[in-house]
Design a protein. Structure first.
Length: 94
């Protein structure tokens, strides 16, 4: 039975994760807290367009999770890019 589940359950999950919201609410802080594994409350500069990080974790059942995390700028001028970024990245994991 164990062999059956090892075939069905993939060893690595790949996910695209988008962090979106209004400007200056802490999206970049969340991104780097997840990446570094510790709360980082320093003063962040506004995100000009986006930040991108790959966060690799091992899940409790041993599978690996690779999250491609996009922190999209919340400035009004960049909000028009949100649907485009999501549409493109939903088609292909980086």
């Amino acid at each position: 039975m164990g062999k059956c589940f090892s075939v069905i359950i993939p060893n690595t999950y790949k996910l695209n994760c988008f962090i979106m919201g209004p400007a200056a609410v802490g999206k970049t802080m969340i991104l780097y807290t997840l990446k570094l594994g510790e709360a980082n409350t320093r003063n962040w500069n506004p995100t000009p367009a986006y930040n991108f990080e790959v966060n690799k974790q091992t899940m409790s059942h041993g599978a690996k999770c690779e999250m491609h995390m996009w922190d999209l700028s919340g400035s009004p001028g960049n909000r028009a890019l949100w649907p485009v970024m999501i549409h493109v990245k939903q088609r292909k994991v980086c």
